[in-house]
Design a binder for this molecule. Structure first.
Ligand SMILES: CC(C)(COP(=O)(O)OP(=O)(O)OC[C@H]1O[C@@H](n2cnc3c(N)ncnc32)[C@H](O)[C@@H]1OP(=O)(O)O)[C@@H](O)C(=O)NCCC(=O)NCCS
Length: 198
Protein backbone atom coordinates (compact mmCIF):
# COMPACT_ATOMS: atom_id res chain seq x y z
CA UNK A 1 0.00 0.00 0.00
CA UNK A 2 1.23 3.49 -0.83
CA UNK A 3 1.18 5.98 2.05
CA UNK A 4 1.81 9.73 2.00
CA UNK A 5 3.57 11.87 4.58
CA UNK A 6 3.19 15.65 4.61
CA UNK A 7 6.14 17.63 6.07
CA UNK A 8 6.20 21.38 6.54
CA UNK A 9 9.15 23.77 7.02
CA UNK A 10 11.83 22.33 9.31
CA UNK A 11 10.04 18.94 9.45
CA UNK A 12 11.54 18.12 6.05
CA UNK A 13 15.10 17.92 7.45
CA UNK A 14 15.34 14.08 7.81
CA UNK A 15 14.73 13.72 4.07
CA UNK A 16 17.60 15.85 2.78
CA UNK A 17 19.69 12.96 1.42
CA UNK A 18 16.80 11.11 -0.16
CA UNK A 19 15.36 14.25 -1.70
CA UNK A 20 18.77 15.08 -3.20
CA UNK A 21 19.06 11.53 -4.54
CA UNK A 22 15.70 11.82 -6.35
CA UNK A 23 16.61 15.16 -7.89
CA UNK A 24 20.13 14.18 -8.94
CA UNK A 25 18.95 10.93 -10.49
CA UNK A 26 15.86 12.08 -12.30
CA UNK A 27 16.96 15.53 -13.44
CA UNK A 28 20.10 14.25 -15.15
CA UNK A 29 17.73 12.57 -17.64
CA UNK A 30 16.05 14.32 -20.57
CA UNK A 31 14.53 16.93 -20.49
CA UNK A 32 16.32 18.57 -17.51
CA UNK A 33 19.81 17.18 -18.22
CA UNK A 34 20.96 18.68 -14.91
CA UNK A 35 24.37 17.47 -13.78
CA UNK A 36 24.13 18.58 -10.17
CA UNK A 37 26.10 17.71 -7.06
CA UNK A 38 25.14 16.74 -3.53
CA UNK A 39 26.74 19.77 -1.88
CA UNK A 40 24.70 22.21 -3.94
CA UNK A 41 21.55 20.17 -3.32
CA UNK A 42 22.13 20.34 0.45
CA UNK A 43 22.55 24.14 0.31
CA UNK A 44 19.34 24.44 -1.65
CA UNK A 45 17.51 22.21 0.77
CA UNK A 46 18.65 24.37 3.70
CA UNK A 47 17.06 27.46 2.11
CA UNK A 48 13.97 25.43 1.61
CA UNK A 49 13.81 24.40 5.27
CA UNK A 50 14.11 28.03 6.37
CA UNK A 51 10.76 28.82 4.77
CA UNK A 52 7.81 28.26 7.15
CA UNK A 53 5.38 27.32 4.40
CA UNK A 54 7.61 25.01 2.40
CA UNK A 55 6.15 21.59 1.83
CA UNK A 56 7.53 18.13 1.11
CA UNK A 57 5.22 15.23 0.44
CA UNK A 58 6.88 11.84 0.58
CA UNK A 59 5.13 8.78 -0.84
CA UNK A 60 6.20 5.39 0.52
CA UNK A 61 5.66 1.78 -0.40
CA UNK A 62 6.18 0.21 3.02
CA UNK A 63 9.37 1.87 4.26
CA UNK A 64 10.69 2.63 0.78
CA UNK A 65 10.41 6.23 -0.46
CA UNK A 66 8.98 6.03 -3.98
CA UNK A 67 8.14 9.70 -4.69
CA UNK A 68 8.91 13.21 -3.49
CA UNK A 69 6.97 16.36 -4.23
CA UNK A 70 7.63 19.90 -3.00
CA UNK A 71 6.15 23.36 -2.81
CA UNK A 72 7.10 26.83 -1.54
CA UNK A 73 5.49 30.30 -1.56
CA UNK A 74 6.20 31.96 -4.91
CA UNK A 75 7.25 35.27 -3.37
CA UNK A 76 9.75 33.64 -0.96
CA UNK A 77 13.46 34.63 -1.07
CA UNK A 78 14.17 31.08 -2.31
CA UNK A 79 12.47 31.91 -5.63
CA UNK A 80 14.31 35.17 -6.18
CA UNK A 81 13.04 38.55 -7.36
CA UNK A 82 13.28 37.85 -11.09
CA UNK A 83 10.33 35.46 -11.16
CA UNK A 84 8.15 37.74 -9.03
CA UNK A 85 8.97 40.72 -11.30
CA UNK A 86 8.07 38.66 -14.36
CA UNK A 87 4.65 37.93 -12.92
CA UNK A 88 4.08 41.59 -12.03
CA UNK A 89 5.04 42.63 -15.58
CA UNK A 90 2.40 40.18 -16.83
CA UNK A 91 -0.36 41.47 -14.56
CA UNK A 92 -0.15 38.57 -12.06
CA UNK A 93 0.28 39.13 -8.33
CA UNK A 94 3.14 36.88 -7.07
CA UNK A 95 1.59 36.88 -3.58
CA UNK A 96 -1.46 35.00 -4.90
CA UNK A 97 0.71 32.05 -5.94
CA UNK A 98 2.09 28.96 -4.30
CA UNK A 99 4.93 27.38 -6.30
CA UNK A 100 5.33 23.66 -7.02
CA UNK A 101 9.04 22.90 -7.23
CA UNK A 102 9.24 19.25 -8.27
CA UNK A 103 7.38 15.96 -8.33
CA UNK A 104 9.47 12.88 -8.95
CA UNK A 105 8.13 9.35 -8.89
CA UNK A 106 10.33 6.28 -9.33
CA UNK A 107 9.79 5.03 -12.91
CA UNK A 108 8.24 1.71 -11.82
CA UNK A 109 5.56 3.57 -9.83
CA UNK A 110 4.46 5.97 -12.59
CA UNK A 111 1.04 5.69 -14.23
CA UNK A 112 -0.68 4.56 -11.01
CA UNK A 113 -2.34 7.89 -10.11
CA UNK A 114 0.35 8.74 -7.53
CA UNK A 115 1.22 11.92 -9.47
CA UNK A 116 -2.41 13.00 -9.54
CA UNK A 117 -2.70 12.43 -5.76
CA UNK A 118 0.50 14.38 -5.05
CA UNK A 119 -0.65 17.39 -7.09
CA UNK A 120 -4.03 17.30 -5.35
CA UNK A 121 -2.39 17.20 -1.90
CA UNK A 122 -0.18 20.17 -2.80
CA UNK A 123 -3.16 22.13 -4.14
CA UNK A 124 -5.02 21.39 -0.88
CA UNK A 125 -2.06 22.64 1.16
CA UNK A 126 -1.78 25.84 -0.93
CA UNK A 127 -5.51 26.48 -0.46
CA UNK A 128 -5.18 25.92 3.30
CA UNK A 129 -2.37 28.49 3.37
CA UNK A 130 -4.69 31.01 1.68
CA UNK A 131 -3.27 30.99 -1.86
CA UNK A 132 -5.57 31.44 -4.87
CA UNK A 133 -3.37 29.95 -7.56
CA UNK A 134 -0.48 27.56 -8.00
CA UNK A 135 2.28 27.63 -10.60
CA UNK A 136 5.44 25.82 -11.64
CA UNK A 137 8.06 25.97 -14.38
CA UNK A 138 8.98 23.27 -16.86
CA UNK A 139 11.98 23.10 -19.17
CA UNK A 140 11.33 23.26 -22.92
CA UNK A 141 13.57 21.41 -25.37
CA UNK A 142 13.41 21.41 -29.14
CA UNK A 143 11.52 18.47 -30.69
CA UNK A 144 14.66 17.28 -32.46
CA UNK A 145 16.94 17.57 -29.41
CA UNK A 146 19.65 14.91 -29.86
CA UNK A 147 19.19 13.57 -26.33
CA UNK A 148 15.38 13.16 -26.53
CA UNK A 149 14.71 9.41 -26.10
CA UNK A 150 12.29 7.86 -28.63
CA UNK A 151 10.20 6.61 -25.73
CA UNK A 152 10.06 9.98 -23.94
CA UNK A 153 6.54 10.89 -22.81
CA UNK A 154 6.25 14.57 -21.88
CA UNK A 155 4.27 15.39 -18.72
CA UNK A 156 2.55 18.25 -20.63
CA UNK A 157 -0.54 16.12 -21.22
CA UNK A 158 -0.53 15.10 -17.55
CA UNK A 159 -0.55 18.76 -16.51
CA UNK A 160 -3.24 19.64 -19.05
CA UNK A 161 -5.28 16.75 -17.73
CA UNK A 162 -5.04 18.16 -14.19
CA UNK A 163 -6.23 21.60 -15.37
CA UNK A 164 -2.92 23.45 -15.65
CA UNK A 165 -2.41 25.98 -18.43
CA UNK A 166 0.89 26.92 -19.99
CA UNK A 167 1.60 30.66 -19.86
CA UNK A 168 3.42 32.76 -22.38
CA UNK A 169 5.93 33.64 -19.63
CA UNK A 170 9.37 32.14 -19.67
CA UNK A 171 12.60 32.37 -17.74
CA UNK A 172 16.07 30.99 -18.40
CA UNK A 173 18.15 29.24 -15.76
CA UNK A 174 21.81 28.53 -16.04
CA UNK A 175 22.99 25.23 -14.59
CA UNK A 176 25.52 22.46 -15.39
CA UNK A 177 23.79 20.86 -18.37
CA UNK A 178 24.63 17.55 -20.03
CA UNK A 179 25.39 18.14 -23.71
CA UNK A 180 24.84 15.81 -26.68
CA UNK A 181 28.60 15.16 -26.63
CA UNK A 182 28.22 13.67 -23.12
CA UNK A 183 30.19 16.57 -21.61
CA UNK A 184 28.67 18.87 -18.98
CA UNK A 185 28.73 22.63 -19.60
CA UNK A 186 27.13 25.60 -17.92
CA UNK A 187 24.24 26.43 -20.21
CA UNK A 188 21.06 28.44 -20.21
CA UNK A 189 17.84 26.40 -20.06
CA UNK A 190 14.52 27.83 -21.20
CA UNK A 191 11.57 27.18 -18.89
CA UNK A 192 7.89 28.12 -19.23
CA UNK A 193 5.46 28.83 -16.43
CA UNK A 194 2.26 26.88 -15.96
CA UNK A 195 -0.55 27.84 -13.59
CA UNK A 196 -3.91 26.82 -12.21
CA UNK A 197 -6.58 28.57 -10.11
CA UNK A 198 -7.36 26.52 -7.01
C1 LIG B 1 4.91 13.38 -14.44
C2 LIG B 1 4.61 12.42 -13.28
C3 LIG B 1 4.73 13.20 -11.97
C4 LIG B 1 3.17 11.91 -13.47
O1 LIG B 1 2.83 11.08 -12.37
P1 LIG B 1 2.09 9.66 -12.59
O2 LIG B 1 1.81 9.09 -11.25
O3 LIG B 1 2.88 8.87 -13.54
O4 LIG B 1 0.70 10.11 -13.28
P2 LIG B 1 -0.76 9.61 -12.87
O5 LIG B 1 -0.77 8.12 -12.91
O6 LIG B 1 -1.22 10.27 -11.61
O7 LIG B 1 -1.62 10.17 -14.06
C5 LIG B 1 -2.75 11.00 -13.87
C6 LIG B 1 -3.42 11.12 -15.19
O8 LIG B 1 -2.57 11.75 -16.16
C7 LIG B 1 -2.31 10.86 -17.25
N1 LIG B 1 -0.88 10.94 -17.55
C8 LIG B 1 0.14 10.67 -16.73
N2 LIG B 1 1.33 10.91 -17.34
C9 LIG B 1 1.01 11.33 -18.56
C10 LIG B 1 1.76 11.75 -19.67
N3 LIG B 1 3.11 11.81 -19.63
N4 LIG B 1 1.09 12.10 -20.79
C11 LIG B 1 -0.26 12.05 -20.83
N5 LIG B 1 -1.04 11.71 -19.80
C12 LIG B 1 -0.41 11.36 -18.69
C13 LIG B 1 -2.68 9.48 -16.77
O9 LIG B 1 -3.12 8.66 -17.85
C14 LIG B 1 -3.79 9.75 -15.78
O10 LIG B 1 -5.02 9.92 -16.48
P3 LIG B 1 -6.42 9.38 -15.83
O11 LIG B 1 -6.64 10.21 -14.58
O12 LIG B 1 -7.42 9.65 -16.91
O13 LIG B 1 -6.20 7.95 -15.53
C15 LIG B 1 5.57 11.20 -13.25
O14 LIG B 1 5.43 10.49 -14.44
C16 LIG B 1 7.05 11.52 -13.03
O15 LIG B 1 7.54 11.44 -11.90
N6 LIG B 1 7.81 11.86 -14.12
C17 LIG B 1 9.25 12.17 -14.01
C18 LIG B 1 9.53 13.47 -13.31
C19 LIG B 1 8.80 14.63 -13.94
O16 LIG B 1 8.80 14.84 -15.14
N7 LIG B 1 8.15 15.43 -13.05
C20 LIG B 1 7.43 16.61 -13.47
C21 LIG B 1 8.35 17.81 -13.48
S1 LIG B 1 9.09 18.17 -11.91
Amino acid sequence: MITFERLIGKEIEPYVEQFAWFRLNDFKEFPYLYDGNLEHERENFQKYMDEEQSLLIVAKDGEKVIAVSTGIPFDSPFMGKESADLFLQNGLNPKDFYYFAETIILPEYRGQAIGRDLYKMKEDFAREMGYKEVCFIAVEREEDHPLRPDTYKSPKNFWGHLGYEKLDISVSFEYPTIQASGKTEMASNLMFFWKKKI
